[in-house]
Design a protein around this ligand. Structure first.
Ligand code: MG
Length: 288
């Protein structure tokens, strides 16, 4: 039996849910509204580059403390699709990891070691990642200081990985491996540098979530994806590819909105978690 919800949510976390400055949920109505939507049977997936550990601490624990309804359908995809788990009233369920896409240990040691030895004043290693490498901006440096160090660091990582004869891509630079393949990429974000499989992305994460809901007999008449990065549009791409109606909410449209064959929305005058909060509040008011 299939249950069709009036809508479903695919949510990036840093940006629409968590404040990119405070790196936690700073607007309480966001939690209240997620709990209300969950209890109403709205399928909700968090699709994030963050680790499961970050999500446990900053999001899941607060949903559990707020009394997540046992009938809610909530799913988490972490590390851009590299691992995933259901979210239950008891907390995060069993974590599954896509080992085939994991960064080799020797590469992790070298890339993280470089950050620890030479860039510790501007960035730190996210120790909780299973599949990808993430270097996050220290909270006590200015964005300008971080960007300067981040750019130097990324140049050095590209040189280091090329030197190890790994196939790697960084911006428009590419170094294929001995087989002519480029399995890895260096991906800068506003607060981090990720080194990861080229197969990790938000569309993969969205597919994982849609499959999980479908296996439980849950679908929606329309999905809404929400995110602050250009790559977050990929969540809506994955829904659209299945022929299901979708709208993407861009909470940082100043970065340049993308042309898509489906509706792209903004919250006029609002960005980041303020936009996310306004969006969720309206979704609660639209519940049947
Ligand atoms: Mg984001």
């Amino acid at each position: 039996m299939t249950t069709t919800a009036p809508f479903g949510l695919l949510l990036d976390v840093d940006g629409p849910i968590a404040s990119p400055i405070e790196r936690r949920i700073a607007i309480d109505s966001i939690l209240d509204d997620l709990l209300t939507l969950g209890a109403a049977g709205i399928p909700i997936a968090f699709i994030t580059g963050r680790s499961d550990a970050f999500m446990r601490e900053q999001v899941i624990a607060r949903l559990v403390a707020g009394g997540l309804d046992a009938r809610a359908h909530v799913f988490g995809v972490f590390e851009k699709g590299g691992c995933w788990a259901p979210v239950t009233p008891q907390g995060l369920g069993a974590l599954e990891i896509d080992e085939a896409l994991a960064i080799p240990d020797a590469v992790r040691l070298a890339v993280e070691g470089l950050a620890r030895e030479r860039f510790a004043d501007t960035m730190f290693v996210d120790e909780a990642k299973h599949v990808m490498i993430s270097l996050e901006a220290s909270t006590d440096v200015t964005p300008a200081e971080y960007q300067e160090a981040q750019s130097r660091y990324q140049d050095e990582v590209f040189a280091l990985m090329s030197g190890l004869e790994l196939g790697v891509r960084y911006g428009d630079r590419e170094h294929p491996d001995a087989d002519g393949e480029v399995p890895w990429r260096i991906d800068p974000t506003i607060i981090s540098t990720d080194v990861e499989s080229v197969h990790l992305d938000k569309d993969r994460g969205a597919d994982r979530a849609l499959d999980w809901f479908a296996a439980r007999g849950i679908t929606a008449e329309r999905w809404w994806s929400a995110g602050d990065s250009r790559s977050d549009y990929l969540m809506a791409d994955a829904v659209h590819a299945r022929g299901i109606p979708v709208t993407h909410l861009d909470v940082r449209p100043a970065d340049g909105m993308l042309e898509r064959p489906f509706e792209v929305a903004t919250e006029p005058g609002l960005v980041n978690d303020a936009a996310g909060a306004a969006f969720l509040r309206r979704k609660v008011s639209e519940l049947p």
